[in-house]
Design a protein around this ligand. Sequence first.
Ligand SMILES: Cc1ncc(COP(=O)(O)O)c(C=O)c1O
Length: 406
Amino acid sequence: MINDWKYMFSENLKNYGGYSIGKLFKLLNDPEIISLAGGLPSPDIFLKEETRIASHNRLEEEIETIMQYTSIPGEPSLIDAIIHFMKRENIDISEENILITSSGQHGLDITGRLFLDPGDIVLLDRPTFAGAIVAFQLQNPIFVGVDIQEDGPNVDVYKEKVKELSKENKKPKFIYVVPDFQNPSGITMSLKKREELLDLSYEYDIPILEDSPYRDLRYYGESIPSILYLDQKRKGNNVIGLYTFSKLFCPGIRVGYNIGHPEVIAKMTNIKEGNVLNTPKYNQDLCTAFLTEMNFTKHIEKCIKYYRRKLEIFMSTMEECFTEDMGVTWTKPEGGLFLWMTVPEHIDTKELFYEAIKFKVAFVPGEVFYGENPSKNHMRINFSYASEEQLAEAVRRLSKCIKNQL
Ligand SMILES: Cc1ncc(COP(=O)(O)O)c(C=O)c1O
């Protein structure tokens, strides 16, 4: 009889704790709680009828192939649609540059498996997407973080870190960034910093992982070229792009794609063979329908209008409820689904989370968004899911809860 399963687990996973946000979310069952915690797009703007029709047609026409195993790299029709979709961004790719994944999270997992051995170094922003941290953590790397500023991470500090590491004969395996409306901060990296990051990547031969689920959700200001595009323009091949249909179409479908050099994609395909094998054809077909039959341009415009209104309501209620003397600050995102609040240093937002639940409002404590040395006085706020009325009420509850701590 096995008495202690821990000793049976692999070295890599023995101490792996999984997604700590998940445990907090279990506390949010009370329907009176207004949750600003999840990263959920709003079902109000899901293309429900269009998806019903596309689903019906696909099941009528292709039931046998839908029920069968299919191609590991992905459905040719979806790959074609993505090649076309990327042309909007002037990104020129072909079939061998794309791997269809079963979600953005799956793309992160494959990337971590491809590049990381235990003890390898990953450079990332502080804070950064918690899902990426847990995906990479499976390989037991060492995270080296660089603080994010108003216009993206401090690239000079990235450079210093790389130089320091090279003195010890160490080199990071990759730099992971979410340049557009970053999860969790909502911050967008400036063009200058994107170029500087590429310079660094070229100088030291370090791949950049550009994770970009929110790029199309810009509510204010001008779009900034993606790092993948800038890399192509400079005739490099150092960037791997990670994408998902979760935020623009819907997360339930679990389809994403990775874009990169053919050699990288071929290896990623080998990894996919060993984990999910193929992404369900039905799910991929609905994504193809999204890109080819559902007028996605109009849909994106609708999403932008809808989320911008929510962001405006959130921001104006924040201005009303959080007076300067409270010492609370927050980012002003130009797009995406999140913003980042900073409270006075003596407040630990993990403890505040439990207090906030008493006030019937929830957020994600900032500490889960750090690969190392977590900062404790921040929180991630999602403004896409709650209704307009709920958003304003959530801000009022949050301000009362924080006032209580001052
Ligand atoms: C930056 C980032 N990358 C990847 C993902 C994963 O997306 P998916 O739902 O497709 O797994 C998310 C989801 O919140 C995200 O914010």
